[in-house]
Design a protein around this ligand. Structure first.
Ligand code: NAI
Length: 244
């Protein structure tokens, strides 16, 4: 269902993004692993069974010109823009509001929320210019969008991603582009390594399945939403949280 399609995965150099690149490649997609850290993107592509069929891209989702250059590079390489886009790149800069400086707030909004907008806009413009249709976009929000201590910046960015998803779904339906969102719970990646042990235990207590998710488990749901198997879904936010 994703075979031979070009799939752009931001944050593809690590964690959930890397797991998604591997899953999409196994299902026959031509994968673009895009990451701010080029070596991480390259490591992802090198781990795929046929690296030459895929592309590692250094791309900063918060920088409009970097995003536009990245889309041009994909078109040069594959002679077409991506019809599948997963906006996975994300960062945290946790502080209680009274200790949070402006930079910590804007950095998180710029990557998580503005980055989702910039990549969506550039990819859909390229798709339209090349006469393509039937695209699918999946954005990654978080269970923290409901509000979480120390994460005013992150929670606001992820609630914004969910609202952006619903609006994009309404606007882009006429172009044949579906837009959905996945809300992961705590997933074993570098992002949660810094969470103190005490907090991890508290999280497990309120997680019905009593464990953290694996990046592959989140990737499966993103891949489903990118594929034609979810052809009547758009504007949805799907929780992948172990029941939290
Ligand atoms: P991760 O930290 O393992 O990987 C994130 C990747 O994004 C890294 O390779 C990083 O270099 C890249 N990245 C960061 N800023 C970027 C930028 N400006 N442009 C391009 N790439 C950039 O994180 P993880 O855990 O895989 O998270 C993936 C997504 O899932 C994020 O959006 C995160 O907010 C979300 N999420 C993760 C959860 C978790 O428990 N791990 C829970 C809920 C949501």
């Amino acid at each position: 269902m994703v075979a031979n399609k070009i799939a752009l995965v931001t944050g593809g150099g690590n964690g959930i993004g890397r797991a998604l690149c591997r899953l999409l490649a196994r299902n026959g997609a031509r994968v673009v692993a895009a990451d701010r850290v080029s070596t991480s993107a390259q490591e992802t592509v090198n781990s795929l069974s046929n690296p030459r069929s895929h592309l590692a891209l250094e791309l900063d989702v918060s920088d409009k010109s970097s995003v536009e250059t990245g889309i041009k590079c994909i078109i040069e390489t594959f002679k077409a823009p991506p019809s599948l886009v997963a906006n996975v790149a994300g960062i945290t800069r946790d502080f209680p509001i009274l200790q949070m400086d402006e930079r910590a707030f804007t950095d998180v909004i710029d990557v998580n929320l503005k980055g989702t907008f910039l990549v969506t806009q550039a990819a859909v413009k390229a798709l339209v210019e090349h006469g393509g249709k039937d695209g699918a976009i999946v954005n990654v929000s978080s269970i923290s969008s409901k509000g979480n201590y120390g994460q005013a910046n992150y929670s606001a960015s992820k609630a914004g991603v969910e609202a952006f998803t619903r609006t994009a779904a309404i606007e882009l339906a006429k172009l044949g582009v579906r837009v959905n969102c996945v809300m992961p719970g705590f997933t074993r990646t570098a992002m949660v390594e810094t969470v103190p042990e005490k907090v991890k235990q508290q999280i497990l207590m309120i997680t019905p399945l009593k464990r953290f998710g694996q990046p592959e488990e989140v990737a499966e749901v993103i891949a489903f939403l990118l594929s034609d198997k979810s052809s009547f879904m758009t504007g949805a936010s799907v929780k992948v949280t172990g029941g939290m």
